[in-house]
Ligand binder design. Structure first.
Ligand code: PLP
Length: 412
């Protein structure tokens, strides 16, 4: 994977040691993505879908070309099924707000799992409160897995939507989304898949999956920040109300009323993140230039190495042992607060996350003070894992010695 790593300028611009293990939070950016965005600002800057001069017509075409590229990447039926958003969070808010207009009736139920990121809990909580719906939770086993039997029992005639993550951002569990979607569709409910943590690591084909919605962010797949995607089945998106309103999404407006544009513009009010969309297309081109089987195998081997190295350290407790793990692994260090460990590792150039990871309901179940998370990408390597384990032992020894002096219980 040396070739993969060489595409990322940051590894030459930050002086060593620089060990980037925070890929679940945001990935680094390859040169082709940086170039695509920079080319827009230096050569092609103009707005899309408005003017008739060549610069603008050209960038409008390129913008729509990027949409088709994303469509092919996830195997959607047509470009109209691809809505550009700010990211996963906005995509879920769009679906929640829009469905709350005319899809749910009082006492209907929404099911989410306890593995969800706050982005896939809070929007449903808000509309549940407003529309008098019930939000129900699928629990998580000690290993970090969801139970299909429990889901089957939880779905009732009142269930209208099930929203689950493909990969847990804190435990790394890869959920059986094929089975989940099949079960939910049999019961005639809508199903939303949060692919924020899988889109860069696992090939996804929405037509085969048969999910109704799938959401992800550009910045977790080597693309820019502030851009993301909502995939929705065309026939469902057509029934949904716009989430935001304004310019660029209307067919006609008079002083009393508005006729909204067709898909996908009706969900893209205002000037879009044009550089972000072009950068996202470059990120898709970057990912698809590698063999997915090779990426999966490499990440699998690296994560296995991390897991076995950590399990050899007596004071480390790995959290969860899911049936299928992605390249995310979390742990605690006996007698040390996660924040203190992360701060010390940061001083040694190791970038990782500690705390609640936007998973407070899950952390409450784990009765945890927070956890430390390592999340790997193909530019990481075995040397970095060895260095990390060495510095982890150093940090623990230092903290353990000074244990009584260190006050910290902050939630991050
Ligand atoms: N869902 C999952 C599983 C995530 O891991 C994250 C971010 O970490 C999000 C949703 C939110 O993504 P964003 O902040 O890009 O909207």
């Amino acid at each position: 994977m040396n070739h993969f790593r060489e595409q990322f300028p940051i590894f030459n611009t930050i002086s060593d040691p620089f060990v980037y293990f925070d890929n679940a939070s945001t990935t680094q950016t390859p040169i082709t993505v940086i170039d695509a965005m920079s080319r827009y600002y230096t050569h092609d800057r103009s707005n899309v879908h408005r003017a008739l001069y060549p610069l603008s017509l050209n960038i409008s075409d390129r913008f729509e070309h990027a949409r088709s590229k994303v469509q092919q990447f996830i195997g959607a039926r047509c470009p109209q099924e691809i809505v550009f958003t700010k990211g996963t969070t906005e995509s879920i808010n769009l679906v929640a707000a829009s469905l709350s207009e005319n899809y749910f009736q009082e006492n209907d139920e929404i099911i989410v799992s306890l593995l969800e990121h706050h982005s896939n809990i809070v929007p449903w909580q808000v509309i549940a409160k407003r529309n008098k719906l019930n939000l129900r939770y699928l629990t998580v086993s000690e290993t970090g897995d969801l139970s299909m039997e429990e889901l089957e029992k939880l779905i009732s005639p009142r269930t209208k939507l099930v929203a689950v993550t493909h990969v847990s951002n804190s435990l790394g569990s890869v959920n059986p989304i094929h089975e989940i979607i099949q079960m939910v569709k049999k019961r005639n409910c809508l199903v939303l898949i949060d692919a924020a943590q899988s889109i860069a690591h696992i090939p996804i084909q929405v037509k085969e999956l048969n999910c109704d919605f799938l959401v992800f962010s550009g910045h977790k797949m080597y693309g820019p920040t502030g851009i993301g995607v909502l995939y929705g089945k065309e026939e469902i998106l057509r029934e949904m109300h716009p989430y935001q309103t304004g310019g660029n999404q209307i067919r006609s407006v008079d002083v009393q009323q508005t006729i909204f544009a067709d898909l996908p513009s009706r969900f893209e009010a205002g000037t879009p993140n044009i550089a972000g969309v072009l950068g996202l297309e470059a990120a898709v081109n970057f990912i698809t230039s590698y063999d997915p089987a090779e990426i999966i195998q490499y990440e699998y081997e690296l994560t296995n190495m991390l897991e076995s190295r950590l399990s050899e350290i007596p004071f480390v407790n790995i959290i969860g042992k899911p049936k299928h793990r992605s390249s995310i692994l979390s742990f605690t260090v006996e007698n040390c607060h996660p924040t203190d460990v992360a701060l010390l590792l940061g001083e040694k150039g190791i970038c990782l996350r500690s705390g609640y990871h936007c998973n407070e309901p899950l952390m409450n179940v784990l009765s945890s003070e927070g956890i430390i998370r390592v999340s790997l990408a193909p530019y990481n390597n075995a040397d970095e894992i060895r260095y990390f384990c060495e510095k982890l032992i150093w940090a623990r020894n230092l903290l353990h010695r000074n244990k009584n002096d260190i006050p910290s219980k902050s939630k991050i």
